[in-house]
Design a binder for this molecule. Structure first.
Ligand SMILES: [Zn+2]
Length: 515
Protein backbone atom coordinates (compact mmCIF):
# COMPACT_ATOMS: atom_id res chain seq x y z
CA UNK A 1 0.00 0.00 0.00
CA UNK A 2 1.43 3.37 -0.84
CA UNK A 3 0.38 6.94 -1.06
CA UNK A 4 -0.02 8.11 -4.58
CA UNK A 5 0.35 11.75 -5.30
CA UNK A 6 -3.17 11.77 -6.62
CA UNK A 7 -4.46 10.95 -3.15
CA UNK A 8 -2.44 13.05 -0.81
CA UNK A 9 -1.97 16.74 -1.14
CA UNK A 10 -0.27 16.87 -4.53
CA UNK A 11 -0.26 20.01 -6.57
CA UNK A 12 -3.60 19.03 -8.01
CA UNK A 13 -5.25 18.85 -4.65
CA UNK A 14 -4.73 22.55 -4.15
CA UNK A 15 -7.79 22.90 -6.25
CA UNK A 16 -9.51 19.69 -5.19
CA UNK A 17 -9.30 19.54 -1.43
CA UNK A 18 -10.34 22.49 0.63
CA UNK A 19 -7.82 24.80 2.16
CA UNK A 20 -6.50 23.51 5.41
CA UNK A 21 -7.07 24.82 8.88
CA UNK A 22 -5.83 28.38 8.91
CA UNK A 23 -4.40 28.18 5.41
CA UNK A 24 -5.92 30.81 3.20
CA UNK A 25 -5.77 30.06 -0.48
CA UNK A 26 -6.38 33.44 -1.95
CA UNK A 27 -6.38 32.28 -5.53
CA UNK A 28 -6.62 28.63 -6.34
CA UNK A 29 -7.21 28.70 -10.05
CA UNK A 30 -4.31 28.30 -12.41
CA UNK A 31 -4.10 30.78 -15.21
CA UNK A 32 -7.55 32.17 -14.49
CA UNK A 33 -8.13 35.77 -13.79
CA UNK A 34 -9.56 36.46 -10.36
CA UNK A 35 -11.70 39.13 -11.89
CA UNK A 36 -13.62 36.73 -14.07
CA UNK A 37 -17.24 37.67 -13.52
CA UNK A 38 -18.90 34.73 -15.15
CA UNK A 39 -18.76 31.87 -12.66
CA UNK A 40 -20.45 29.24 -14.78
CA UNK A 41 -18.31 29.94 -17.82
CA UNK A 42 -15.35 29.66 -15.56
CA UNK A 43 -16.42 26.23 -14.38
CA UNK A 44 -16.97 25.01 -17.94
CA UNK A 45 -13.56 26.30 -18.88
CA UNK A 46 -12.09 24.63 -15.84
CA UNK A 47 -13.73 21.26 -16.19
CA UNK A 48 -11.18 19.67 -18.55
CA UNK A 49 -8.49 21.11 -16.33
CA UNK A 50 -9.95 19.53 -13.19
CA UNK A 51 -10.38 16.18 -14.93
CA UNK A 52 -6.79 16.35 -16.05
CA UNK A 53 -5.76 17.06 -12.49
CA UNK A 54 -7.58 13.96 -11.36
CA UNK A 55 -5.94 11.65 -13.84
CA UNK A 56 -2.53 13.14 -14.49
CA UNK A 57 -1.26 15.48 -11.80
CA UNK A 58 2.38 14.83 -12.66
CA UNK A 59 1.93 15.77 -16.31
CA UNK A 60 0.39 19.06 -15.34
CA UNK A 61 2.83 19.80 -12.58
CA UNK A 62 5.37 21.65 -14.67
CA UNK A 63 2.83 23.96 -16.30
CA UNK A 64 0.81 25.14 -13.38
CA UNK A 65 3.23 24.73 -10.53
CA UNK A 66 3.57 28.32 -9.43
CA UNK A 67 3.11 28.93 -5.77
CA UNK A 68 3.45 32.19 -3.86
CA UNK A 69 3.49 32.92 -0.15
CA UNK A 70 2.61 36.52 0.69
CA UNK A 71 3.09 38.38 3.98
CA UNK A 72 5.16 35.52 5.48
CA UNK A 73 7.67 36.00 8.25
CA UNK A 74 10.69 34.23 6.81
CA UNK A 75 13.24 32.53 9.05
CA UNK A 76 15.67 31.59 6.31
CA UNK A 77 18.09 29.65 8.60
CA UNK A 78 21.13 31.58 7.35
CA UNK A 79 21.30 33.03 10.86
CA UNK A 80 19.71 36.32 9.77
CA UNK A 81 16.88 37.59 11.98
CA UNK A 82 13.29 36.79 11.01
CA UNK A 83 12.16 38.97 8.09
CA UNK A 84 8.52 40.05 8.30
CA UNK A 85 6.10 40.60 5.42
CA UNK A 86 7.97 38.69 2.72
CA UNK A 87 6.70 37.25 -0.54
CA UNK A 88 8.27 33.95 -1.62
CA UNK A 89 7.76 32.88 -5.20
CA UNK A 90 8.10 29.21 -6.16
CA UNK A 91 8.22 27.99 -9.74
CA UNK A 92 8.28 24.25 -10.29
CA UNK A 93 10.39 22.77 -7.53
CA UNK A 94 12.55 25.86 -6.89
CA UNK A 95 12.34 29.13 -5.02
CA UNK A 96 12.52 31.71 -7.79
CA UNK A 97 11.94 35.00 -6.05
CA UNK A 98 11.80 36.68 -2.66
CA UNK A 99 11.24 40.19 -1.47
CA UNK A 100 9.08 42.56 0.56
CA UNK A 101 5.40 41.85 -0.12
CA UNK A 102 4.87 45.56 -0.80
CA UNK A 103 7.28 45.38 -3.77
CA UNK A 104 6.70 41.94 -5.23
CA UNK A 105 3.47 41.26 -7.09
CA UNK A 106 2.59 37.57 -7.45
CA UNK A 107 2.20 36.45 -11.07
CA UNK A 108 -1.39 36.02 -12.20
CA UNK A 109 -1.14 32.28 -12.78
CA UNK A 110 0.00 31.31 -9.31
CA UNK A 111 -1.52 29.66 -6.27
CA UNK A 112 -1.27 32.35 -3.61
CA UNK A 113 -1.08 31.54 0.08
CA UNK A 114 -1.68 34.38 2.50
CA UNK A 115 0.83 33.66 5.26
CA UNK A 116 -0.02 36.66 7.43
CA UNK A 117 0.94 35.87 11.03
CA UNK A 118 2.81 32.73 9.98
CA UNK A 119 6.46 31.72 9.86
CA UNK A 120 8.25 30.05 6.98
CA UNK A 121 11.28 27.85 7.73
CA UNK A 122 13.28 25.49 5.47
CA UNK A 123 12.28 21.81 5.31
CA UNK A 124 13.78 19.85 8.20
CA UNK A 125 16.21 16.91 8.03
CA UNK A 126 16.46 14.06 10.52
CA UNK A 127 20.08 13.02 10.16
CA UNK A 128 19.89 9.70 12.00
CA UNK A 129 17.10 7.38 10.95
CA UNK A 130 16.47 3.65 10.83
CA UNK A 131 13.27 2.88 9.00
CA UNK A 132 12.02 -0.06 6.94
CA UNK A 133 8.26 0.40 6.54
CA UNK A 134 7.19 2.21 3.42
CA UNK A 135 3.62 2.91 4.53
CA UNK A 136 4.87 5.15 7.31
CA UNK A 137 7.10 7.40 5.19
CA UNK A 138 4.44 10.16 4.94
CA UNK A 139 4.89 10.68 8.71
CA UNK A 140 8.11 12.49 7.86
CA UNK A 141 6.44 14.83 5.35
CA UNK A 142 3.48 15.40 7.68
CA UNK A 143 5.99 16.64 10.27
CA UNK A 144 7.88 18.90 7.89
CA UNK A 145 10.79 16.46 7.69
CA UNK A 146 11.65 16.61 4.01
CA UNK A 147 14.96 14.76 4.24
CA UNK A 148 16.49 11.92 6.23
CA UNK A 149 19.85 10.19 6.55
CA UNK A 150 19.33 6.42 6.59
CA UNK A 151 21.89 4.88 8.92
CA UNK A 152 21.63 1.23 7.88
CA UNK A 153 21.14 1.21 4.16
CA UNK A 154 19.46 -1.71 2.45
CA UNK A 155 18.39 -2.32 -1.17
CA UNK A 156 14.83 -1.28 -0.27
CA UNK A 157 16.03 2.23 0.63
CA UNK A 158 17.55 2.63 -2.83
CA UNK A 159 14.25 1.45 -4.31
CA UNK A 160 12.35 3.99 -2.21
CA UNK A 161 14.65 6.78 -3.27
CA UNK A 162 14.10 5.99 -6.95
CA UNK A 163 10.33 5.90 -6.49
CA UNK A 164 10.32 9.07 -4.41
CA UNK A 165 12.41 10.89 -7.01
CA UNK A 166 10.15 9.69 -9.82
CA UNK A 167 7.11 10.88 -7.88
CA UNK A 168 5.42 7.49 -7.48
CA UNK A 169 6.01 7.32 -3.73
CA UNK A 170 5.61 10.03 -1.10
CA UNK A 171 8.58 10.14 1.24
CA UNK A 172 11.50 12.36 2.22
CA UNK A 173 14.76 12.91 0.33
CA UNK A 174 17.36 10.40 1.44
CA UNK A 175 21.04 10.02 2.09
CA UNK A 176 21.73 6.29 2.40
CA UNK A 177 24.38 4.47 4.43
CA UNK A 178 25.99 1.16 3.68
CA UNK A 179 24.98 -1.77 5.83
CA UNK A 180 26.56 -1.41 9.24
CA UNK A 181 30.25 -2.35 9.10
CA UNK A 182 31.19 -3.97 12.40
CA UNK A 183 33.82 -6.32 13.79
CA UNK A 184 34.02 -10.10 13.36
CA UNK A 185 31.46 -10.53 16.15
CA UNK A 186 28.97 -7.85 15.11
CA UNK A 187 26.58 -6.27 17.57
CA UNK A 188 23.69 -6.65 15.09
CA UNK A 189 23.22 -9.73 12.90
CA UNK A 190 23.36 -8.90 9.18
CA UNK A 191 26.20 -6.38 9.49
CA UNK A 192 29.13 -6.45 7.08
CA UNK A 193 31.99 -7.80 9.21
CA UNK A 194 35.64 -6.84 9.14
CA UNK A 195 38.14 -8.44 11.52
CA UNK A 196 41.36 -7.19 9.93
CA UNK A 197 42.73 -4.65 7.47
CA UNK A 198 42.04 -6.70 4.34
CA UNK A 199 38.44 -7.26 5.36
CA UNK A 200 38.08 -3.57 6.24
CA UNK A 201 39.16 -2.57 2.72
CA UNK A 202 36.90 -5.21 1.24
CA UNK A 203 33.94 -3.85 3.24
CA UNK A 204 34.47 -0.39 1.74
CA UNK A 205 34.55 -1.78 -1.80
CA UNK A 206 31.46 -3.88 -1.14
CA UNK A 207 29.52 -0.94 0.30
CA UNK A 208 30.52 1.27 -2.58
CA UNK A 209 29.44 -1.33 -5.09
CA UNK A 210 26.06 -1.56 -3.37
CA UNK A 211 25.54 2.15 -4.06
CA UNK A 212 25.96 3.46 -0.51
CA UNK A 213 26.42 7.20 -0.10
CA UNK A 214 28.72 6.57 2.87
CA UNK A 215 30.19 3.79 5.01
CA UNK A 216 28.53 3.30 8.42
CA UNK A 217 31.15 2.21 10.96
CA UNK A 218 30.19 0.54 14.22
CA UNK A 219 31.26 -0.06 17.81
CA UNK A 220 32.95 -3.47 17.75
CA UNK A 221 35.37 -2.88 14.88
CA UNK A 222 38.94 -3.81 15.83
CA UNK A 223 41.45 -0.97 15.39
CA UNK A 224 43.26 -2.55 12.45
CA UNK A 225 40.02 -3.00 10.49
CA UNK A 226 38.83 0.52 11.38
CA UNK A 227 41.97 2.33 10.23
CA UNK A 228 42.02 0.28 7.00
CA UNK A 229 38.40 1.36 6.39
CA UNK A 230 39.41 4.98 6.98
CA UNK A 231 42.29 4.68 4.51
CA UNK A 232 40.34 2.80 1.83
CA UNK A 233 37.34 5.14 2.15
CA UNK A 234 39.66 8.09 1.52
CA UNK A 235 41.12 6.31 -1.55
CA UNK A 236 37.65 5.52 -2.88
CA UNK A 237 36.34 9.01 -2.18
CA UNK A 238 33.48 7.83 0.02
CA UNK A 239 32.88 9.24 3.51
CA UNK A 240 32.70 7.08 6.62
CA UNK A 241 30.36 8.04 9.43
CA UNK A 242 28.95 6.37 12.51
CA UNK A 243 30.01 5.20 15.95
CA UNK A 244 33.50 5.70 17.26
CA UNK A 245 34.52 2.05 17.81
CA UNK A 246 35.16 1.38 21.46
CA UNK A 247 38.77 0.37 20.74
CA UNK A 248 39.47 3.74 19.08
CA UNK A 249 39.54 7.16 20.74
CA UNK A 250 37.32 10.00 19.52
CA UNK A 251 40.45 12.03 18.77
CA UNK A 252 41.87 9.22 16.65
CA UNK A 253 38.58 8.85 14.77
CA UNK A 254 38.52 12.58 14.08
CA UNK A 255 42.14 12.56 12.89
CA UNK A 256 41.41 9.51 10.69
CA UNK A 257 38.75 11.54 8.89
CA UNK A 258 35.52 10.08 10.26
CA UNK A 259 32.98 12.53 8.91
CA UNK A 260 30.40 12.29 11.67
CA UNK A 261 30.26 10.86 15.15
CA UNK A 262 26.88 9.53 16.23
CA UNK A 263 25.40 9.44 19.73
CA UNK A 264 28.50 11.18 21.19
CA UNK A 265 30.23 7.78 21.08
CA UNK A 266 33.69 7.92 22.58
CA UNK A 267 33.48 11.57 23.56
CA UNK A 268 33.03 11.45 27.33
CA UNK A 269 36.01 9.04 27.82
CA UNK A 270 38.10 11.23 25.49
CA UNK A 271 37.42 14.22 27.79
CA UNK A 272 38.82 12.36 30.80
CA UNK A 273 42.13 13.07 32.48
CA UNK A 274 42.46 9.26 32.41
CA UNK A 275 41.56 8.88 28.75
CA UNK A 276 44.44 6.51 27.98
CA UNK A 277 43.44 4.21 30.82
CA UNK A 278 39.80 4.26 29.66
CA UNK A 279 40.76 3.46 26.07
CA UNK A 280 43.00 0.59 27.18
CA UNK A 281 40.23 -0.83 29.39
CA UNK A 282 37.75 -0.66 26.51
CA UNK A 283 40.24 -2.38 24.20
CA UNK A 284 40.69 -5.17 26.75
CA UNK A 285 36.92 -5.58 27.03
CA UNK A 286 36.66 -5.89 23.24
CA UNK A 287 39.52 -8.41 23.15
CA UNK A 288 37.69 -10.53 25.73
CA UNK A 289 34.47 -10.44 23.70
CA UNK A 290 36.37 -11.40 20.54
CA UNK A 291 38.41 -14.22 22.08
CA UNK A 292 35.74 -15.91 24.21
CA UNK A 293 32.34 -17.40 23.52
CA UNK A 294 30.67 -14.35 25.12
CA UNK A 295 27.82 -12.65 23.25
CA UNK A 296 28.72 -9.38 21.49
CA UNK A 297 26.20 -7.61 23.74
CA UNK A 298 28.30 -8.55 26.76
CA UNK A 299 30.39 -5.51 25.83
CA UNK A 300 27.70 -3.38 27.52
CA UNK A 301 28.09 -4.68 31.10
CA UNK A 302 31.84 -5.06 30.52
CA UNK A 303 32.33 -1.36 29.78
CA UNK A 304 29.52 0.28 31.78
CA UNK A 305 31.67 1.05 34.81
CA UNK A 306 34.02 3.05 32.58
CA UNK A 307 31.30 5.67 32.37
CA UNK A 308 31.62 6.26 36.09
CA UNK A 309 35.39 6.78 35.77
CA UNK A 310 34.91 9.10 32.81
CA UNK A 311 32.42 11.22 34.77
CA UNK A 312 34.65 11.45 37.84
CA UNK A 313 37.73 12.40 35.80
CA UNK A 314 36.08 14.80 33.35
CA UNK A 315 38.56 17.48 32.35
CA UNK A 316 37.27 20.72 30.81
CA UNK A 317 40.75 21.30 29.37
CA UNK A 318 40.76 17.92 27.61
CA UNK A 319 37.25 18.62 26.36
CA UNK A 320 38.32 21.97 24.96
CA UNK A 321 41.29 20.36 23.18
CA UNK A 322 39.11 17.60 21.73
CA UNK A 323 36.48 20.03 20.46
CA UNK A 324 39.23 22.09 18.81
CA UNK A 325 40.36 18.92 17.01
CA UNK A 326 36.79 18.30 15.83
CA UNK A 327 36.64 21.82 14.51
CA UNK A 328 39.98 21.60 12.70
CA UNK A 329 39.19 18.18 11.20
CA UNK A 330 35.59 19.12 10.30
CA UNK A 331 34.26 16.24 12.38
CA UNK A 332 30.48 16.58 12.65
CA UNK A 333 28.48 15.59 15.69
CA UNK A 334 25.06 13.99 15.49
CA UNK A 335 24.32 13.60 19.22
CA UNK A 336 20.88 11.97 18.78
CA UNK A 337 19.75 13.26 22.17
CA UNK A 338 16.30 11.78 21.52
CA UNK A 339 17.54 8.20 21.69
CA UNK A 340 20.00 8.97 24.49
CA UNK A 341 17.11 10.44 26.47
CA UNK A 342 14.73 7.57 25.73
CA UNK A 343 17.24 4.87 26.57
CA UNK A 344 18.17 6.64 29.79
CA UNK A 345 14.54 7.01 30.83
CA UNK A 346 13.29 3.77 29.24
CA UNK A 347 11.66 2.69 32.50
CA UNK A 348 9.60 5.87 32.71
CA UNK A 349 6.03 4.71 31.97
CA UNK A 350 5.15 8.06 30.38
CA UNK A 351 7.17 7.06 27.28
CA UNK A 352 4.74 4.23 26.57
CA UNK A 353 1.77 6.62 27.08
CA UNK A 354 2.89 8.99 24.28
CA UNK A 355 -0.29 9.70 22.32
CA UNK A 356 1.72 9.75 19.08
CA UNK A 357 2.23 6.00 19.42
CA UNK A 358 -1.13 5.59 17.67
CA UNK A 359 0.85 6.07 14.44
CA UNK A 360 3.09 3.08 15.18
CA UNK A 361 2.18 -0.53 14.44
CA UNK A 362 1.59 -3.00 17.26
CA UNK A 363 4.81 -4.79 16.24
CA UNK A 364 6.87 -1.66 16.55
CA UNK A 365 5.26 -0.66 19.84
CA UNK A 366 5.86 -4.04 21.38
CA UNK A 367 9.47 -4.11 20.13
CA UNK A 368 9.99 -0.90 22.13
CA UNK A 369 9.01 -2.58 25.39
CA UNK A 370 12.27 -2.54 27.40
CA UNK A 371 11.44 -5.97 28.81
CA UNK A 372 11.87 -7.35 25.26
CA UNK A 373 15.08 -5.50 24.40
CA UNK A 374 18.33 -7.29 25.21
CA UNK A 375 20.10 -3.96 25.61
CA UNK A 376 18.18 -3.21 28.78
CA UNK A 377 18.51 -6.57 30.50
CA UNK A 378 20.27 -7.12 33.80
CA UNK A 379 20.63 -3.46 34.69
CA UNK A 380 20.96 -2.67 38.37
CA UNK A 381 19.46 0.45 39.90
CA UNK A 382 23.06 1.76 40.11
CA UNK A 383 23.44 1.27 36.35
CA UNK A 384 20.26 3.23 35.73
CA UNK A 385 21.34 6.03 38.07
CA UNK A 386 24.76 6.18 36.38
CA UNK A 387 23.05 6.36 32.99
CA UNK A 388 21.13 9.44 34.12
CA UNK A 389 24.31 11.19 35.26
CA UNK A 390 26.04 10.37 31.98
CA UNK A 391 23.05 11.72 30.04
CA UNK A 392 23.13 15.01 31.98
CA UNK A 393 26.83 15.34 31.21
CA UNK A 394 26.19 14.58 27.55
CA UNK A 395 23.65 17.42 27.34
CA UNK A 396 26.38 19.71 28.71
CA UNK A 397 28.87 18.40 26.15
CA UNK A 398 26.55 19.23 23.28
CA UNK A 399 26.16 22.82 24.47
CA UNK A 400 29.90 23.11 24.99
CA UNK A 401 30.63 21.76 21.51
CA UNK A 402 28.24 24.24 19.91
CA UNK A 403 29.96 27.08 21.77
CA UNK A 404 33.34 25.73 20.64
CA UNK A 405 32.23 25.91 17.01
CA UNK A 406 31.79 22.18 16.41
CA UNK A 407 29.24 21.45 13.69
CA UNK A 408 26.11 19.76 14.98
CA UNK A 409 23.45 17.76 13.15
CA UNK A 410 19.94 17.08 14.40
CA UNK A 411 19.22 13.35 14.38
CA UNK A 412 16.92 11.16 16.42
CA UNK A 413 17.80 7.48 15.87
CA UNK A 414 14.22 6.96 14.75
CA UNK A 415 13.35 3.29 14.87
CA UNK A 416 14.78 2.96 18.36
CA UNK A 417 12.47 3.00 21.37
CA UNK A 418 10.00 5.88 21.24
CA UNK A 419 12.03 7.73 18.59
CA UNK A 420 9.16 8.38 16.19
CA UNK A 421 9.46 9.04 12.47
CA UNK A 422 8.90 12.74 11.78
CA UNK A 423 7.63 13.65 15.25
CA UNK A 424 10.98 12.69 16.78
CA UNK A 425 12.86 15.45 14.99
CA UNK A 426 10.82 18.03 16.92
CA UNK A 427 11.75 16.23 20.15
CA UNK A 428 15.39 16.48 19.11
CA UNK A 429 15.15 20.22 18.42
CA UNK A 430 13.75 20.71 21.93
CA UNK A 431 16.56 18.68 23.48
CA UNK A 432 19.21 20.59 21.51
CA UNK A 433 17.85 23.83 22.96
CA UNK A 434 17.83 22.24 26.40
CA UNK A 435 21.50 21.38 25.80
CA UNK A 436 22.28 25.06 25.25
CA UNK A 437 21.79 25.74 21.55
CA UNK A 438 19.75 28.79 20.64
CA UNK A 439 16.53 28.04 18.76
CA UNK A 440 18.26 29.35 15.60
CA UNK A 441 21.23 27.02 16.14
CA UNK A 442 18.86 24.09 16.70
CA UNK A 443 16.97 24.95 13.50
CA UNK A 444 20.25 25.17 11.61
CA UNK A 445 21.22 21.72 12.93
CA UNK A 446 18.21 20.40 10.98
CA UNK A 447 18.42 22.65 7.89
CA UNK A 448 21.57 24.55 6.92
CA UNK A 449 23.96 22.12 8.64
CA UNK A 450 22.66 18.97 6.90
CA UNK A 451 22.94 20.82 3.57
CA UNK A 452 26.55 21.79 4.35
CA UNK A 453 27.28 18.28 5.61
CA UNK A 454 26.06 16.80 2.31
CA UNK A 455 27.72 19.50 0.20
CA UNK A 456 24.27 20.47 -1.11
CA UNK A 457 24.07 24.13 -0.05
CA UNK A 458 23.18 25.04 -3.65
CA UNK A 459 19.93 23.11 -3.36
CA UNK A 460 19.00 22.79 0.28
CA UNK A 461 19.14 24.14 3.80
CA UNK A 462 17.95 27.74 3.63
CA UNK A 463 15.19 29.84 2.07
CA UNK A 464 16.92 31.61 -0.80
CA UNK A 465 16.18 32.01 -4.51
CA UNK A 466 17.56 29.11 -6.53
CA UNK A 467 17.10 26.50 -3.83
CA UNK A 468 14.68 23.60 -3.86
CA UNK A 469 11.32 24.62 -2.42
CA UNK A 470 11.23 22.47 0.72
CA UNK A 471 9.50 24.64 3.32
CA UNK A 472 7.44 24.43 6.47
CA UNK A 473 4.82 27.06 7.31
CA UNK A 474 4.34 27.42 11.07
CA UNK A 475 1.55 29.01 13.08
CA UNK A 476 3.96 30.43 15.67
CA UNK A 477 7.53 31.68 15.93
CA UNK A 478 10.10 28.90 16.49
CA UNK A 479 12.74 31.44 17.54
CA UNK A 480 10.52 32.42 20.48
CA UNK A 481 9.92 28.78 21.44
CA UNK A 482 11.45 25.89 19.54
CA UNK A 483 8.34 23.79 20.36
CA UNK A 484 6.54 25.95 17.78
CA UNK A 485 8.12 23.87 14.98
CA UNK A 486 5.38 21.37 15.85
CA UNK A 487 2.65 23.87 14.91
CA UNK A 488 2.65 23.10 11.21
CA UNK A 489 0.13 24.81 8.99
CA UNK A 490 1.47 23.57 5.64
CA UNK A 491 4.48 21.87 4.09
CA UNK A 492 6.00 22.54 0.69
CA UNK A 493 8.03 19.65 -0.64
CA UNK A 494 9.73 19.93 -4.01
CA UNK A 495 7.46 22.88 -4.79
CA UNK A 496 4.25 20.97 -3.97
CA UNK A 497 1.95 22.41 -1.35
CA UNK A 498 0.50 20.13 1.32
CA UNK A 499 -2.15 21.97 3.30
CA UNK A 500 -2.94 21.14 6.92
CA UNK A 501 -5.89 19.13 5.62
CA UNK A 502 -3.57 17.11 3.36
CA UNK A 503 -1.12 16.53 6.21
CA UNK A 504 -3.97 15.42 8.47
CA UNK A 505 -5.02 13.03 5.71
CA UNK A 506 -1.55 11.48 5.71
CA UNK A 507 -1.64 11.08 9.49
CA UNK A 508 -5.11 9.56 9.41
CA UNK A 509 -4.04 6.98 6.82
CA UNK A 510 -0.98 5.98 8.79
CA UNK A 511 -3.12 5.66 11.90
CA UNK A 512 -5.33 3.23 9.98
CA UNK A 513 -2.33 1.08 8.96
CA UNK A 514 -1.08 1.11 12.53
CA UNK A 515 -4.32 -0.23 14.02
ZN1 LIG B 1 21.45 4.54 14.74
Amino acid sequence: MRFSRALTGNAGSRGLTGPGRGLKLVRTVMGMSQNSQNGSNRLVLLLPFLLLLLVAPSVLGAEQNRLVFIHATVIDATGAPAQPDVTVLITGDRITGMGPSADLQPPTNAVVVDATGKFLIPGLWDMHVHWYEQDYLPLFIANGVTGIRIMWGMPLHHEWRKEIESGSLLGPRMLIASAIVDGPKPFWPGSITAGNAAEGRQAVLEARQAGADFIKVYSLLPREAYFAIADEAKKQGIPFEGHVPIAVSAGEASAAGQKSIEHLTGILPACSSRKDHLLKSAQEALATVLTTADEPASIIPRTRHLGQVALETYSPLRAEALFAEFKTNHTWQCPTLTVLHNITFIDDPSLARDSRLKYMSRDIRSSWDPARDFRFQNRTSEDIALGKKVYQKELELVGAMQRAGVDILAGTDTGNPYCLPGFGLHDELGLLVQAGLTPMQALQAATLNPARFMGREKDLGTIEPGKLADLVLLDANPLADIANTRKIDAVVYGGRLYSRAALDGMLARVETFAK
